[in-house]
Write a protein that binds this ligand. Structure first.
Ligand SMILES: Cc1cc2nc3c(=O)[nH]c(=O)nc-3n(C[C@H](O)[C@H](O)[C@H](O)COP(=O)(O)O)c2cc1C
Length: 184
């Protein structure tokens, strides 16, 4: 199973829309996928007591990381970095086992011209620090407002192709690293 993380909790986010494309690509490859949408985090996780004890409602989120053969993170850029909620989510996960030797892959999107290069590189530093296996081929979607149509679909087939190449490459990366077959 691959776990796909929607890296913001902003209602109606473009990140969720791009993640839907990624979800569909995994489905077309018949790779089991679990989606974590940070918009669905339980309110209790934001209590300061959560550092010491995780609320029960958070357990399925933590388990979806621990049980994943690989993680696919879709992050927007907020103030030149990753959304605070994404870092907070990472900080709430069990360590070191959540990321050690777990393959991870990144997509970034932003209103601006750098396409979330900064948050993706921040995430690479964090996951690298936690000894994850970083998949090197990243996808950046700059000027995201112009890339999506009214129904939230990517207009440019070339960008969709880039996501397909990334997902296919990441699946092969995970299969080789773990010595497993993900594709059904
Ligand atoms: C709090 C906040 C900060 C943002 N800061 C940046 C930024 O620093 N650079 C940028 O290119 N876009 C920035 N944006 C725009 C987002 O990149 C844009 O909303 C994009 O659609 C991805 O975010 P979304 O998934 O929330 O839609 C910001 C958006 C929000 C909500």
């Amino acid at each position: 199973m691959i776990t796909l993380i929607v890296g913001t909790n902003r209602p109606g986010s473009n990140t969720r829309k791009v993640a839907t494309h990624v979800e569909e690509i995994y489905a077309s490859l018949r790779v089991p996928l679990h989606l974590i949408d940070l918009a669905r985090l339980p309110a209790e996780i934001f209590s300061p007591t959560s550092y010491a004890e995780k609320p029960k409602a958070f357990h399925p989120f933590a388990d979806a990381i621990l049980n994943a053969e690989g993680l696919h993170v879709v992050t927007p850029e907020y103030n030149g970095g990753m959304p605070g909620v994404l870092k907070y989510f990472i900080d709430m996960l069990k360590f070191p086992e959540s990321f050690v030797h777990r393959p991870v892959c990144f997509v970034g999107l932003a209103a601006g011209m750098w396409g979330a290069l900064r948050p993706v590189e921040q995430l690479q530093a964090i996951f690298g620090y936690r000894n994850a296996y970083l998949y090197p081929d990243r996808v950046f979607l700059p000027n995201i407002g112009d890339l999506l149509d009214d129904s939230g679909r990517l207009k440019d087939s070339e960008l969709l192709e880039r996501l397909k190449i990334q997902v296919t490459g990441f699946v092969e990366f995970v299969e080789r690293l773990k010595g497993i077959k993900l594709r059904g």
